[in-house]
Design a binder for this molecule. Structure first.
Ligand code: AP5
Length: 209
C-alpha cells in the first residue's frame, strides 16, 4: 500500500498513522518529524527549516522534495509507505507523481482527514509529545500518564500565532492538491471529528484492511 495522509494541522494525521502502520505494515514517513529531527541535530537542512517552521510557514519545496524522494527510495519502502505531511503543495504532488512514475509504481490512496478550522487551534496548542516513545498526547483529549509528564515536549509551532499561519497555509497551499488526487480517483475523505478509535475504524473502512 502506497498512501498519503492529508489534513490540516491538528487533524490527527500523526495520531492515526501510529495506529495504521500496524494494520498495513508499512513505514510511517512524516515530513514534519524528519524536519524536526534535522533541526534537533543542527544539520544544514535543519538550520534552514527551523526559521520557517517556528513561524508556521512551509519549508521551500526544493528542500522537502529532495528529502522525501530520497527517503522513499530506500529498501524499506519497496512494498509501500504512509506519507504524512507530504505532499503539501502542488509542486510537491507533481514531483512525487513523477518520481513514482519513473519507478513504475503509483499511489493507492490519498486519505483526507477533515476537521473544521474551529477545532484545530485547541488540538494543536494542547498537544504534548513524548520524545522517548513518539507518543502524541493532548492535555484534555488524551491526557498523558503522570510518569511521563516531566519529559513531554510542546512543539515550538504549537502557539496560537503559528497555528493560525499553519491553517492559512493549509488552505492556500495544501488544499489545492485535493482536486489533483480527486481526478486520479484515489482520494478518500474521512470525518476527523470524534473518538480517535472511531476515526481509525472509518479509515480502515474506506481503505480496506
Ligand atoms: P507537520 O509536523 O506535518 O505538522 P502539521 O501538518 O501541521 O500536522 P500536525 O503534526 O500539527 O498535526 P496532526 O494532523 O499530525 O495531528 P496530531 O495527530 O498530532 O509539519 C510541521 C511543519 O513542518 C510545517 O508547518 C512546515 O513548516 C514543515 N513541513 C512539514 N512538511 C512539509 C512539507 N511537505 N512542505 C513544507 N513544509 C513542511 O493531533 C494533534 C492533537 O490533537 C494531539 O494532541 C492529539 O492528541 C489530538 N487529537 C488527535 N485526534 C483527535 C481527536 N479525534 N479528537 C480530539 N483530539 C485529537
Amino acid at each position: 500500500m502506497r498512501m498519503i495522509l492529508v489534513g490540516p494541522p491538528g487533524a490527527g494525521k500523526g495520531t492515526q498513522a501510529a495506529r495504521l502502520v500496524d494494520t498495513y505494515r508499512i513505514p510511517h514517513i512524516s515530513s514534519g518529524d524528519m524536519l524536526r529531527a534535522a533541526v534537533k541535530e543542527g544539520t544544514a537542512l535543519g538550520v534552514e527549516a527551523d526559521g520557517y517552521m517556528k513561524q508556521g510557514k512551509l519549508v521551500p519545496d526544493e528542500v522537502v522534495i529532495g528529502m522525501i524522494l530520497e527517503r522513499i527510495a530506500r529498501p524499506d519502502c519497496a512494498a509501500g509507505f504512509m506519507l504524512d505531511g507530504f505532499p503539501r503543495t502542488r509542486p510537491q504532488a507533481e514531483a512525487l507523481d513523477a518520481a513514482l512514475g519513473r519507478a513504475g509504481v503509483s499511489l493507492d490512496a490519498v486519505l483526507l482527514i477533515e476537521v473544521p478550522d474551529a477545532l484545530l487551534e485547541e488540538r494543536a496548542v494542547g498537544r504534548r509529545s513524548d520524545p522517548q516513545t513518539g507518543a502524541i498526547y493532548h492535555l484534555k483529549y488524551n491526557p498523558p500518564p503522570p510518569e511521563v509528564v516531566a519529559r513531554l515536549v510542546h512543539r515550538k509551532d504549537d502557539t496560537i500565532e503559528a497555528v493560525t499561519t499553519r491553517v492559512q497555509k493549509y488552505h492556500s497551499e495544501t488544499a489545492p492538491i485535493v482536486p489533483f488526487y480527486l481526478t486520479k480517483g484515489i482520494l478518500k475523505r474521512v470525518d476527523g471529528v470524534g473518538d480517535p478509535d472511531v476515526i481509525t475504524q472509518r479509515i480502515t473502512a474506506v481503505l480496506g484492511s
